[in-house]
Design a protein around this ligand. Structure first.
Ligand code: ZN
Length: 236
């Protein structure tokens, strides 16, 4: 039987050493919660094909996550902010290069963590192509994956991602990976998570939920910018 794919997305672990952005705090989890999720990943890998991703390029990716992943021989993708390497609390270029050198995948989360649906054409090009060139320079290899900030996208953003050369694109739209969904949905972990509930979601992903989700995503991919902006967003 084919294993169900499930992508877990993290933001920060522990406490940020910089001010939190509006709405960001709930997406930081404690070290203890992080270790619990890693245990869950290991103990359910017989039935689920897990993939782990990290958005925002926080220092905790390097200081906490990478260490714990290494100990468990777990792979992960880090979607970093190419415009924030010099800012406190974020990964530096050296750290990103080191993570890439160890075999972790590096993808783009843009430059400055802005809503791409609200960016004009020039800013969108900087966010997508500009961040891609910076990252390729840093890691010394092609970068073809991106995670969409705040999970906010519309047709224009998806077209721009394709044109910029991104093959793997991730949203924050939900839980199970759907057959042909592009961008690929992820489950964003929040503080105070109920590990039992997460196990249940992962192990018994219901067909009904999956179909429902798939319909919702198709509709979203065809929405206009103004409607998307009005939608209440769950993910970051
Ligand atoms: Zn983000």
């Amino acid at each position: 039987m084919r294993k169900q794919a499930f992508i877990i997305n993290f933001h920060g672990i522990g406490e940020a050493s910089r001010p939190y952005e509006a709405g960001e705090r709930p997406f930081w989890i404690s070290r203890h919660e992080f270790l619990n999720v890693l245990d869950l990943v290991r103990s359910n890998s017989d039935v689920v094909d897990f993939k782990l991703t990290f958005d925002d390029g926080n220092s905790s990716d390097y200081e906490i996550a990478a260490q714990e992943l290494r100990k468990r021989s777990l792979e992960a993708s880090f979607f970093v902010l190419a415009g924030k390497f010099q800012q406190p609390g974020y990964l530096t270029q050296t750290q990103v290069r080191e993570l890439a050198g160890e075999g972790f995948q590096i993808g783009s989360h843009g430059l400055n963590h802005v809503d791409w649906t609200g960016a004009d054409d020039r800013e969108l090009a900087d966010e997508l192509s500009g961040s891609k060139s910076i990252l390729e320079e840093v890691v010394g290899r092609p970068v073809a994956s991106a995670a969409i900030p705040f999970g906010l996208y519309d047709r224009r953003v998806l077209n721009a991602l394709r044109r910029a050369g991104y093959r793997d694109v991730y949203s924050s739209d939900g839980s199970a990976r759907l057959s042909k969904a592009w961008p690929t949905p992820r489950y964003s972990v929040q503080g105070g998570l109920d590990a039992g509930r997460l196990v249940e979601t992962v192990r018994h992903g219901r067909l009904f939920d999956r179909l429902n989700n798939e319909l919702r995503l198709r509709v979203k991919a065809s929405l206009s910018r103004s409607i998307v902006r009005r939608m209440k967003q769950l993910g970051r």
